[in-house]
Design a protein around this ligand. Sequence first.
Ligand SMILES: Nc1ncnc2c1ncn2[C@@H]1O[C@H](COP(=O)(O)OP(=O)(O)OP(=O)(O)O)[C@@H](O)[C@H]1O
Length: 247
Amino acid sequence: MRPSGPRQATLGCGGHQGKPRRPRRGVRIIEHRRKTPGWGNRGADQVLLTVEGLGKSIGSRSLFMNLTFTVEAGQSLAIVGPSGSGKSTLLSIIAGFTDPSSGELRFDGSRGHIEWAPQASPLLSRRTALDNVMLPTLIRGADPGAARMHASKTLDDLGLGAFAHTPVYRLSGGERQRVGVARAVVSRPRMLLADEPTASLDPYSRTAVIQTLRRCTQEGTAVIIATHDPIVAEQCDTRLDLQLDMP
Ligand SMILES: Nc1ncnc2c1ncn2[C@@H]1O[C@H](COP(=O)(O)OP(=O)(O)OP(=O)(O)O)[C@@H](O)[C@H]1O
């Protein structure tokens, strides 16, 4: 069973008791929340990723340091923090695109099947929304009929059924954003990294995205979301807050 209360996870910068506090950037706080009903059940307690003492500096600037947390199957984790605090960089490190400056990540087995939904997904603009969303399952060897069915269902779930046969270049920004989410979730990865998946969406579309991500966790996908959206952060099992103290 997953512990019902807050779990010890990590650390901030440590004490400055009795000393004047020097302005600094990059205070780290992690809050762990109770598992929210409806988010993730299957595969709970299977730790997919262990992060220990992770730090990232760019030049002389420390974005974050000494992050320690785990990610389980079916868990939703929100990474929050001000613009520039390192949310996307942390996702990129987990994805393996960026090296950390310190610490380590250990995956259960290999990195396995991770999907990445960046802020602006690099879609094939002349192909239809359906073609784009079919691609990950086709690449993984699915039968074209099955790939089409899963892609159509995912587009429907995201309120894009009417745009399935529309070339991406004719879609609005918010519609493209949801096609990017659809493409990332359609193959039900082990872990999904979503960068601002609800940014600039209307409330209806935002709800559709949240429900889609929730369904993924229920099917065992670990979902890690970098977000400024308080509603998304509030609904995740765990929140990792990359505070940024301005000097
Ligand atoms: N390759 C790079 N070279 C230099 N600086 C970088 C690089 N990648 C990121 N940064 C810097 O690191 C900081 C963190 O960037 P990051 O995109 O991770 O922030 P974020 O918290 O996701 O911001 P936002 O909420 O605005 O998307 C920024 O100041 C950015 O300019």
